[in-house]
Design a protein around this ligand. Structure first.
Ligand SMILES: CC(C)(COP(=O)(O)OP(=O)(O)OC[C@H]1O[C@@H](n2cnc3c(N)ncnc32)[C@H](O)[C@@H]1OP(=O)(O)O)[C@@H](O)C(=O)NCCC(=O)NCCS
Length: 185
């Protein structure tokens, strides 16, 4: 594990099932029953432009990818209000402490992304021992910057990196980070 993760933990987030509750939402594993909802959530131009979720979007392939990534230490959870209908996703890359998020166009503007980010940030710190977490945000993605800020992240001094988005375009990404509060004693 990288230096971003400073403690060992009894919790293994790559072991299903994982359920996180708080902030008035529930983050849970993706289910086969979610497949019909996925195109409506993720087949959106701004999702392909600002994440690595591929376009054109293929729900079956996406669920396979989610399950394959889990084994590799990348945890993708469905954002829900109560454990039911999925509204979007949050992702945690265990080795690097990088988080990501996307909310379906019909479910935006209701605090789902910022609540999800706050909840998973707290889980990563309190249960997994991360003291620094990061977001990679495409330059100029103001909605994502607002989400980041609302969950206590700030733009870091890390170099801008170039990554391929879901449309196969190279984009410049800025790093935002969250640092655990320093405790005395
Ligand atoms: C970015 C995204 C996740 C925001 O989801 P959301 O659930 O609508 O966000 P929230 O409702 O939690 O909003 C959080 C903050 O962002 C602001 N915000 C959200 N969308 C905005 C927009 N289009 N323009 C300006 N501000 C916006 C909200 O006003 C809120 O600000 P506040 O905390 O000052 O009140 C969503 O637009 C999305 O999925 N975009 C495409 C994928 C993407 O960019 N993912 C991020 C990759 S790093």
């Amino acid at each position: 594990m990288s230096s971003d993760s400073t403690m060992s933990s009894a919790v293994d987030p790559t072991a299903s099932p994982l359920v996180l509750k708080g902030e008035g939402i529930v983050l849970r594993d993706w289910l086969d029953a979610d497949l019909p909802h996925m195109p409506g959530l993720f087949d959106a131009p701004d999702i392909a432009a600002n994440t690595d979720i591929p376009s054109p979007f293929d729900a079956d392939a996406f669920l396979v990818r989610i399950r394959r990534r889990r084994v590799q230490g990348i945890v993708d959870l469905a954002v829900t209000r109560d454990g039911g209908q999925p509204l979007g996703l949050v992702a945690l890359h265990m080795a690097s402490g990088v988080l990501g998020y996307a909310i379906g166009p019909q479910h935006r503007g209701r605090g789902m992304a910022s609540r999800s980010l706050r909840l998973i940030t707290r889980f990563c710190h309190e249960e997994l021992g991360f003291t620094r977490l990061r977001l990679s945000i495409v330059q100029g993605n103001l909605p994502s910057e607002r989400v980041a800020a609302s969950a206590g992240y700030v733009r870091s001094d890390d170099d801008v990196v170039e990554r391929m988005n879901g449309l196969g375009q190279l984009k410049l990404l800025e790093t935002w980070h969250w640092l655990a509060p320093v405790t005395s004693g």
